[in-house]
Design a protein around this ligand. Sequence first.
Ligand code: TXA
Ligand code: MG
Length: 332
Amino acid sequence: MKTPARIHKGTPGNLRRLAQVLRRGGLVAVPTETVYGLAANALDAKACRRIFRAKRRPANDPLIVHVADLRMLAMIAETNEAVPRLARAFWPGPLTLVLNRRAVIPDVVTAGLPSVAVRMPAHPLLRRLLRLCGLPLAAPSANPFGYISPTTARHVQDGLGSSIAHILDGGPCRHGLESTIVDVRDPQRPVLLRPGVIHAAEIGRVLGVPVRALSRRRTAGALILAPGLIDRHYSPQRPLRTHRRISAAMVARSGSDEAWICFRRPEWAGRANNVFWLSARGGTHEAGRRLFALLRRLDHGPWIRLHAELAPPDGPGMAINDRLLRAATRRG
Ligand code: TXA
Ligand code: MG
């Protein structure tokens, strides 16, 4: 058996050593403000193939490339007038832009697409690591393909501990939901590929044009456009059902082996041990931060089925509901 992954604190010495690992073509799981990512040098095809192997990710699902600054972005992608405007408004932060790629980016990163997805992350440890290696880092979420994204170093160790060697611990992720992805190759016709904490409407306001969303009906056809949109993503092992509202009566009618995730703490929760909530005060930011960790915890519990209440649409609410609806899609 291989030695299980080590969790490293973000000391200056550790960051220098991990930057060295990345420069030599190795993998490091890294904290971001959204979820933990599994990083490799984005310019090194062999290193990036290791990401696919460790995650058991299909080769047709492209990676997001993380950059330290706009100079690094210009090295790997063609910029246009949308880039500086969105960068000023949202970067560093949880927004990913799909742009035309440059030839330095190997095919394995983009799954052969003519475009590349790029973002400038906000987590201070990842920013330091990016500057220390001086390289763009390709990093998908650091989970086995199809499972719930990790929001702590421990989650990464639980899922990938036997297939990678290094995890940089940056604490629990601030947002807990993957970045918003928007295709801005044509700045006049931006397309939302994945909802996140930053709303399509906010992006539209900055660009001065509305952002179209790919409808769920078109999702299957969009497989090539945004493979991360395939249903059955972010899935717990237990079947999950979503509900507009969860009431005391619904819980009372169910078996005690079914777990209920309310959006906020219901006043009727009492001492029921199968009732959980995403947010004590009913805030969507807190709920988003806790969603994946709670799904994981319940997925390892004694429950035969999970139920979750949809969030109100403010703040990260729509992204929460997007992840819940995908997690609830029945496995084929
Ligand atoms: O917040 C995040 O975005 C996290 C952290 C680690 O940065 N990353 C993340 O990566 O969620 P991942 O691999 O789980 O999702 C990346 C998704 C792909 O599944 C695909 O949908 C989309 O990004 N993507 C990547 N390159 C693309 C491209 N060229 N065109 C369209 N979509 C692309
Ligand atoms: Mg992912």
